[in-house]
Design a protein around this ligand. Structure first.
Ligand SMILES: NC(=O)NCCC(=O)O
Length: 403
């Protein structure tokens, strides 16, 4: 029988590749991303028009790239991860100074095959992430977000109990690891983990821990919407979160976390907006077959509709599990989830967005953004809507004849 190790080789940078097509697992027609496919395939003028339509314009111009310090680019070439940086501009206001914040998102594959001892897998992820986080620090990133359940493979497709071993208390090993880096780089870090609530019967949650720039824990948010679709059998492990739509006031701005599946729910996005979020992160784990056509739309729509910035992150790679599983959907048993397609990117309220990171390579994407004010009229509207005496606000044409 073929084992996972027979099929997968690990390259120098820890990325796992199929022996049959080294380096290209998860590419799109041999290109790293849709953006790269288009830029390589179209004449420059045509490409410019296509990106104007696909990515929008920021203050009437294509989004600008930002140069990063050598210390960051050296880390990226030595450790084999992509590094991209952009700047969203805003029209200058006469009465207020700009509030420019530098934000980073990290996408990555797992570091060791899922068959390795769990502690080794977790520690290898710490080692893999360290230089990427250091590159963010060296680039002056103020707020950094990691991917959903970043300390582990996304084993929730299997419905096996063993993956719960990766769960940690909010102040556990991963928070301690990141807390040192947050302090060192004066950087807020959003760390989505599998949480073990030790005070409540060791209940498991899908949680984002918000670590302040002094290494302190500001708070945590538990995933609001849990998928029950295809192989996403997450409710075997944890249920809908009980933390609402918290917004965390940090040294650099007000942030919130809409974990993965919550991105399909417009009111969920709105909840974070009504509480005053200026940046909402969407750390995710999703596969091409299920969601790729929606990926470039939902976060961008949320940014436009709620007047905040969105940072979308998806993990990369195909994670193969030791025991075949089924998901009650009639499909034959299998051992993997499909391909996690990365493609992390930022969206801005003015409808512009960055190009995405690769579909198959580890990466750090950075963007500068100017945080702007928001409005609160929908809070009143929603409060009114849920009252029993609510009557819809419909103004009828008096000339309409109703029988
Ligand atoms: N992790 C997670 O919630 N995945 C659900 C799949 C999707 O939302 O595309």
């Amino acid at each position: 029988m073929n084992t996972r190790e027979d099929k997968i080789v690990t390259s120098e940078n820890g990325e796992e590749n199929d022996k049959e097509s080294p380096g290209k697992e998860g590419s799109i027609c041999g290109f790293d991303s849709l953006n790269q496919l288009l830029s390589s395939s179209l004449k420059p003028q045509v490409y410019q028009e296509v990106t104007r339509l696909l990515q929008g314009l920021n203050c009437g111009k294509p989004l600008e790239s930002v140069a990063l310090p050598d210390s960051a680019t050296t880390l990226s070439s030595n450790h084999g991860f992509d590094l991209k940086a952009f700047s969203f501009h805003a029209d200058k206001e006469l009465m207020r100074e700009p509030r420019i914040v530098r934000v980073g998102l990290i996408q990555n594959s797992i570091a060791l095959p899922t068959t390795h001892p769990f502690l080794d897998q977790k520690r290898a992820l710490f080692q893999k992430l360290k230089p990427i986080i250091e590159a963010a620090g060296a680039s002056g990133v103020n707020i950094l977000c990691l991917q959903e359940a970043w300390t582990m493979p996304f084993g929730f497709c299997t419905r096996e109990k063993s993956w719960c071993e990766f769960a940690e208390p909010v102040d556990g090993e991963s928070t301690q690891f990141l807390s040192g880096l947050a302090q060192k780089y004066n950087m807020v870090i959003v760390s989505p983990i599998l949480e073990r609530d030790v005070n409540h019967g060791e209940t498991i949650w899908n949680t984002a821990v918000i670590i302040g720039n002094h290494g302190n824990i500001i708070g945590n948010h538990r995933k609001n919407h849990i998928p029950r679709v295809g192989d996403f059998n997450e409710s075997t492990y944890y249920m809908e979160g009980n933390t609402g739509h918290p917004v965390f006031e940090t040294a650099y701005g007000r942030i919130a976390v809409n974990i993965c599946y919550g991105r399909h729910h417009p009111l969920n996005w709105m909840g974070f907006g009504l509480n005053g979020a200026e940046i909402v992160f969407n750390p995710s784990a999703t596969v091409g077959e299920l969601s790729e056509p929606m990926w470039p739309i939902e976060a961008r729509n949320a940014a436009i509709g709620n007047s905040y910035f969105v940072g979308s992150i998806n993990r990369i790679g195909t994670e193969v599990f030791p025991n075949p599983f089924t998901s009650g959907d009639g499909k034959p048993q299998h051992t993997d989830f499909g391909h996690f397609y990365g493609s992390s990117y930022f969206s801005a309220p003015d409808a512009s967005c960055t190009p995405s990171l690769s579909r198959h390579r580890d990466g750090l994407i950075i963007s500068d953004m100017d945080l702007t004010a928001r409005y609160d009229m929908y809070a009143d509207m929603l409060a009114h809507y849920v009252k029993p005496d609510f009557a819809p606000q419909i103004i009828t044409d008096p000339l309409l004849q109703k029988v």
